[in-house]
Design a protein around this ligand. Structure first.
Ligand code: TYM
Length: 355
């Protein structure tokens, strides 16, 4: 009995500037996973039109995220980098998942509630169905592992629910066609066509918070640019934003527990730990008892050292549009080949004639 081949998939939306949260929570993990896994990394342009259909420069944003992937160290030859809309099987599987998932499941998504705001009736249908497209992104490759920040956890639980319901609804047909794969679901061994994907959410920076308010997530949509460090910021901007970051008047605690109820301090310690590839404990061991007037310049120096080269490389790669486009085209072709194999099986399982 075979089991699923480990495969990593993740996606980033081409909306607004990439920031430190995207970098530490996701992209840096994408880079590390290349050593141990086959990886597929996607610029999810179809997701970006769910909240807002018309964008000033969607092609430019898509290329900028691609350049960020490459500048961070993703290897598009050994792995796959492409933009979602090029591989139409994502949208095709999403439609099928719209018929698997229940409206109640979608209505419970906190991201939908946040993004739709008070006037839910006026949100696009795409915004409601967003997690179904996300499940399709992952499952069209039958990916087993998905590195993301903490804010995507609920969407990945839903992805597992969709996979489990599909496997269950079609279990007989999957068996008849010999397409079942054995997998572990908790203590049980089950058989199904889609894997129950594992989220990879770990380390000290799964939820990087705003530099202006430690209780709010660092986000592309925050109106204050001082709230986030953009991957395109130069050394001066990075230093300025860290020096202006909100803090409390106390020195850093000498025990980790002392960060409780100090969200800004906790956030900066987490950022330092992630950038220096250590743990919060180690940062506290080094800086416990020190004032922010000592810690902030150390953090600014570290952030500049780690991020400025990525920004410079991003600028260099972005200047070569033909290269970026060639990466996306090649990645799209290789992704399509895998996705089409899945869709052929799915059409057979459901009973959609396609030959
Ligand atoms: P997006 O584009 O909002 O964010 C990209 C990645 O960055 C992470 N992230 C953060 N991590 C830590 N701290 C933060 N403040 C922070 N802000 C963002 C996100 O968790 C994400 O990993 N729905 C996804 C895109 C997507 C996707 C997928 C991801 C579409 N299909 C399939 C994985 C698999 C999103 O909007 O991410």
């Amino acid at each position: 009995m075979s089991s699923f081949k480990p495969l990593v998939f993740s996606g980033v939306q081409p909306t607004g500037n990439l920031h430190l949260g995207n970098y530490l929570g996701a992209i840096r993990k994408f880079v590390a996973l290349q050593e141990s896994h086959d990886c597929i990394y996607c610029v999810v342009d179809l997701h970006s039109i769910t909240a807002q259909l018309v964008h000033d420069d969607l092609p430019g944003q898509t290329r900028a995220i691609t350049a960020a992937f490459l500048a961070s160290g993703i290897d598009p030859k050994k792995h796959i980098v492409f933009n979602q809309s090029r591989v139409s099987q994502h949208a095709e599987l999403a439609w099928i998942f719209n018929c698997v998932a229940r409206i109640g499941w979608m209505n419970r998504m906190t991201q939908f509630k946040d993004k739709a705001g008070k006037d839910r009736e006026n949100a696009s249908l795409g915004l409601l169905a967003y997690p179904s497209l996300m499940a399709a992104d992952i499952l069209v490759y039958r990916a087993t592992h998905v590195p993301v920040g903490d804010d995507q956890k609920q969407h990945l639980e839903l992805t597992r629910d969709i996979a489990a319901k599909f496997n269950n609804d079609f279990s007989q047909k999957i068996g008849e066609l010999g397409l079942g794969v054995e997998m572990q679901a908790g203590d049980e061994t089950v058989n199904g066509y889609f894997p129950l994907t594992e989220p990879l959410i770990d380390g000290p920076a799964t939820r990087v918070m705003s530099l202006r308010d430690g209780t709010k997530k660092m986000s592309k949509s925050d109106p204050s640019d001082l709230s986030r460090i953009n991957l395109t910021d130069d050394a001066d901007a990075i230093s300025k934003k860290i020096k202006k970051a909100k803090t409390d008047p106390e020195p850093l605690p000498s025990e980790l527990g002392g960060l409780k109820d100090r969200p800004e301090a906790e956030n900066l310690v987490g950022i330092y730990a992630a950038l220096s590839e250590t743990s919060r404990e180690q940062v506290i061991a080094e800086f416990g008892g020190r004032q922010f007037s000592v810690f902030k310049p150390a953090l600014a120096e570290l952030a500049v050292e780690k991020l400025a080269p990525v920004a410079a490389e991003m600028r260099r790669i972005s200047a070569d549009r033909a290269y970026v486009d060639a990466v996306l085209r090649d990645g799209g072709e290789r992704a399509s080949a895998i996705a089409e194999r899945t869709m052929k099986d799915v059409r057979d399982i459901i009973g959609l004639l396609d030959d």
